[in-house]
Write a protein that binds this ligand. Structure first.
Ligand code: SF4
Length: 63
């Protein structure tokens, strides 16, 4: 499973980082870094929660 980020939709509010801080990190300038695109086995639910938490639908998952 792989994380896709639409930077045009991301507002940098950090809700994804709150859910899964091994995968998402908002930088000092307000942009979001995806620290790891490939989701490790066992982290799927945590990352799904992070994607669901995004209010702007900037995150999606591909298989
Ligand atoms: S929750 Fe969505 S809008 Fe907020 S930082 Fe993450 S990707 Fe960006």
């Amino acid at each position: 499973m792989r994380i896709e980020l639409d930077r045009n939709r991301c507002t940098g509010n950090g809700l994804c980082e709150f859910e899964a801080d091994r995968y998402f990190e908002v930088q000092d300038n307000g942009t979001l870094d995806v620290l790891q695109c490939e989701v490790d086995r066992g982290d799927e639910q945590q990352v799904r929660n992070a994607v669901a938490a995004c209010p702007t639908e900037a995150l999606s998952l591909t298989e």
